[in-house]
Design a protein around this ligand. Structure first.
Ligand code: ADP
Ligand code: ASP
Ligand code: MG
Length: 436
């Protein structure tokens, strides 16, 4: 059974929703994961922010504007009066949920309820549309099987346990529709898998049902060899290994949610990145194998803070790094890059929630320096230990730009540079011109 995920643009208009059946084959048993209609989650974020700021008037006005868009959406999606009425009931229900929050105490719990309405709307409307055109389908509520634990880690065994009976209940139905992004947390509350999380949903369901393949349908023909929003003339990559794809996703290639590769990798499920606007394009196939001896792609991750801890006590000391890492562990803050010398260690984080506390604790080990507004540039490919010349090619291409950190050899497929964010565009273009 395959899992097909369609992103925001792929369901971004009534016409696009209707066209999904050019790709989905209703004769094949499959699970279709939908994102919210493009723009909706951003609008829901704004509504939540208005509520959190105590500005109910603004929240209600934003809700009204968004609802108007959906009123137009359903008029185009449903040509039959009976189904238009059902569509109207769907949007009335979800927009009432949004508006009724004005009466409650508003916390991050309610905020997550708001964010969930986008995927609930898109899937329910699509389900009603399938009924209108007579295609049998079942709407699977993601909140019944998608769960994260206390550490925000999804639980694949839980998904398997909960989704299997839901699928078995409908042996005659081929098409199962469900929401990307949303889940329940350890307290049973509505939560989500972070922005872009529908990719993660698809991969998790793929793992949960041991799917034959996960397809991520989006608005571009696969993973490109550089960020197409910044660099002209980028090209799709035909094949990537799970490790390479994971590095690119983690280090900023927006086409994939940062964690989405791991469940598929663990259960060896091939992932295809495909283009809804050009379904015949080959896209990118992500599996265990990869083209050898090649620089594949470049990605960039912004919002990075570098922390340097300098200490003469580090000289010849054992256990120093352990103590440093334990500070980050206590604050559940993950480290992306690390470089060391005999008297100092530099590392980077992207989550600065506990930066104050972390800095205070690190001060006990030596002097601490912070550099904010940095970007990690990640060059990904197959550069095994026996290969040579890759680092030289990369460094030659960026010799006119100041580098804060360089990390190479952590794996066979990643060379990372830390630069000021203001240098990002130049470095991406320069690398592109010289490496490809
Ligand atoms: P969806 O809504 O379908 O999930 P996203 O906007 O999350 O789509 O991801 C697709 C977008 O990712 C593309 O439109 C493209 O602009 C951006 N992107 C960034 N880096 C890359 C890359 N290396 N390859 C392909 N797309 C990329
Ligand atoms: N709708 C969510 C977002 O915009 C999840 C997704 O699209 O993957 O972040
Ligand atoms: Mg996305």
């Amino acid at each position: 059974m395959k899992v097909l995920k369609f992103g925001g643009t792929s369901v971004g208009s009534p016409a696009r929703m209707k066209n999904l059946l050019d790709i989905i084959n209703p004769a094949e048993r499959q699970i279709v994961v939908l994102s919210a209609v493009s723009g909706t989650t951003n609008n829901l974020v704004e509504i939540g922010q208005a509520y959190l700021a105590g500005d109910k008037k603004k929240a209600i006005s934003l809700i009204g504007t968004l609802k108007d868009k959906y009123e137009l959406f359903i008029k185009e999606l449903f040509t039959d009066e009976q189904f238009l009425k059902q569509g109207k009931e769907v949007i009335d229900y979800h927009f009432n949920v949004l508006a009724n929050l004005a009466n409650d105490l508003f916390t991050t719990i309610e905020d997550k309820v708001i964010l969930a309405q986008g995927e609930l709307l898109s899937t329910t409307l699509y389900h009603v549309y399938l009924r209108q055109i007579g295609v049998p389908s079942v709407l699977l509520p993601a909140l019944d099987f998608m769960k994260i634990d206390e550490d925000n880690e999804p639980i694949v065994d839980y998904i398997t346990e909960k989704i299997t009976p839901l699928l078995d209940k409908h042996p005659d139905v081929n098409l199962f529709i469900t929401q990307g992004f949303i889940c329940r947390n350890a307290f049973g509350e509505i939560d989500n898998l972070r922005r872009g999380g529908s990719d993660y949903t698809a991969s998790l369901i793929g793992a949960g049902i041991r799917s034959e393949e996960v397809q991520i349908w989006t608005d571009i023909d696969g993973m490109h060899n550089n960020d197409p929003r910044i660099v002209k003339g980028t090209q799709p990559i035909a094949q990537l290994s799970f490790d390479e794809a994971a590095e690119l996703a983690y280090f900023g290639a927006k086409i994939l949610h940062p964690q989405s590769v791991f469940p598929a990798q663990k259960y060896k499920i091939p992932v295809r990145l495909l283009n809804t606007m050009d379904p015949q394009a080959k896209g990118t196939l992500i599996t265990n194998t990869s083209e050898k001896d090649k620089i594949k792609s470049i990605a960039a991750k912004d919002g990075i803070t570098a922390i340097k801890i300098q200490s003469s006590r580090m000289l010849l000391a054992h256990g120093f790094l352990r103590k440093v890492f334990e500070v980050f562990e206590r604050y559940k803050t993950s480290i992306d890059m690390i470089t060391t010398s005999e008297v100092a260690v530099s590392l980077t984080i992207d989550d600065t929630t506990y930066l104050g506390e972390i800095t205070t604790e690190l001060n006990a080990f030596g002097s601490v320096e912070l550099d904010v507004n940095h970007t990690i540039i990640c060059v990904v490919g197959d550069f095994g230990a026996e290969k040579h010349g890759y680092a030289a090619r990369v460094l030659e291409a960026v010799k006119h730009i100041p580098l804060r950190m360089i990390s190479y050899g952590g794996s066979d497929h990643n060379l990372s540079l830390l630069v000021k964010t203001e240098d990002k565009v130049e470095i991406l273009r320069s690398l592109h011109n010289r490496l490809f």
